[in-house]
Structure formats: C-alpha cells, structure tokens
Design a protein around this ligand. Structure first.
Ligand SMILES: Cc1cc2nc3c(=O)[nH]c(=O)nc-3n(C[C@H](O)[C@H](O)[C@H](O)COP(=O)(O)O)c2cc1C
Length: 197
C-alpha cells in the first residue's frame, strides 16, 4: 500500500515561529513513521482578508485553490496553531474561510467537498503555560462543524514553547515528544482506516 500523504499546516505568520518549529519536528517524526509529509506555508498564499466584494468581482483567489489542491493531494492533515487572544490565528481562519467559498467547477470540486471526512489532528504551541489549548479547542469545533473534518480525539498543547526546542529543533522533554508521537500515531491510524482499498 502507498504511504500516507500528510499535509502539515503551521498557523503562524512569523519567521522562527514556535508553531513552525513544531511543524518541522512533527514532519520529521511523521517521516520516521513512513508518512510522506508536506509542510505547507499558508502565509505564502498571500490571501487577502475575506472580502465579499472582491470575491464578486474576481472570484476566489488562486491561493485558496492552491490550498484546495494541497488538501486534495493529502490523506491526512496536521494543523499546528498558535493562539491569539484565545483563538486560532486569522491566517488559519481566513485561509479556511476562502477555501469554503470555492464553488464546484469542471476543473475542481467545491472547497467544502475537499475537507469533508478528511482526517485532521491538532497541535498547538505557545510560550504561555496552557500551550494554546483554547485555540485548539475552538479549531476543533470549527473544522468539525463547518468543514465536516474528522478531528482526531488526540491533541497536544506545547506550553513554554520558547524553551522547548534545542538547537537541532528537537523537543527537549521526552514526554512532549512522546505526546506529539501519540497524536501522529492516532492520525495515521485514522487515515489508514478511512483510506479506500
Ligand atoms: C495578537 C496576539 C494575541 C496573543 N494571545 C495569546 C493568547 O491568547 N494565548 C497565548 O498563549 N499566547 C498569546 N499570544 C502570544 C503568542 O503565543 C506568541 O506570540 C507566539 O510566539 C505566537 O506563535 P508563533 O511563535 O507560532 O508565531 C498572543 C500573541 C499575539 C500577537
């Protein structure tokens, strides 16, 4: 059987982001599990803040179609979110809001058709003690309710993220690394169970 294709979406718009470091760590761990991984830069899509007038004139921006294509080419998604005021970042929400506006055409399915029943797991990072837990819980509801994604029950919030990684980008705390591994194991098992033979 082909290896699972994992799309990793870090949610920060900042160089050196803790969520980016976690995404890179998770990508290496997933590759050791035999998954094909792709870390996808949402900021590089340069999506404008959702604007209905712009949509009416120009349609959905190409960046949203690029995200849709990346989702289509994946069997599972890992979203790594920072927390802004208890919420996921605007970068993540705006990208998914645009995705939800893609209409079906002869070239591609509707945006929401691509996320439906797609397995996703969540990680969060923060320098604070709760590790962005509130953002992750909000994201769980958003992805399940609006995007019909199958969110793995296992999740992990990395607190004190500014102290968590060593110079090689490895997690210093073995329990933290094990928790990430547990989330990846659960996501891979879910994706395998859902994959059509
Ligand atoms: C607008 C804003 C709001 C924030 N709100 C929270 C918060 O609610 N909880 C938290 O733990 N950290 C909060 N932070 C701090 C972020 O966790 C910190 O900036 C972190 O480095 C952002 O993630 P990144 O490193 O992946 O970019 C906030 C930061 C910003 C810029």
């Amino acid at each position: 059987m082909d290896s699972l294709r994992l799309l990793i979406l870090p949610g920060s718009a900042r160089a050196g982001a803790f969520s980016g470091q976690m995404a890179a760590f998770a990508a290496r761990a997933a590759e050791r599990l035999g998954l094909q991984t792709r870390v996808f830069d949402l900021r590089a899509l340069a999506l404008p803040v959702y604007d209905g007038d712009l949509e009416a004139v120009q349609g959905v921006p190409d960046g949203a179609l690029a995200l849709q294509a990346a989702l289509l080419e994946s069997d599972a998604v890992l979203l790594v979110t920072p927390e802004y005021n208890g919420f996921p970042t605007p970068l993540v929400i705006n990208a998914f809001d645009w995705l939800s506006r893609i209409p079906a055409t002869e070239q591609h399915p509707a945006g929401l058709a691509v996320t439906a029943n797609k397995p996703v797991a969540l990680l969060s990072t923060s320098p604070g003690p709760l590790g962005g837990l509130r953002a992750m819980n909000t994201l769980r509801q958003y992805l399940q309710m609006a995007f019909a994604m199958l969110v793995a029950p296992q999740q992990y919030a990395l607190g004190r993220a500014h102290e968590a990684f060593d110079e090689q980008g490895e997690l210093r705390d073995a329990r933290a690394a094990q928790s990430v591994q547990g989330v990846l194991d659960a996501l891979a098992a879910l994706a395998r169970a859902l994959r059509r033979p």
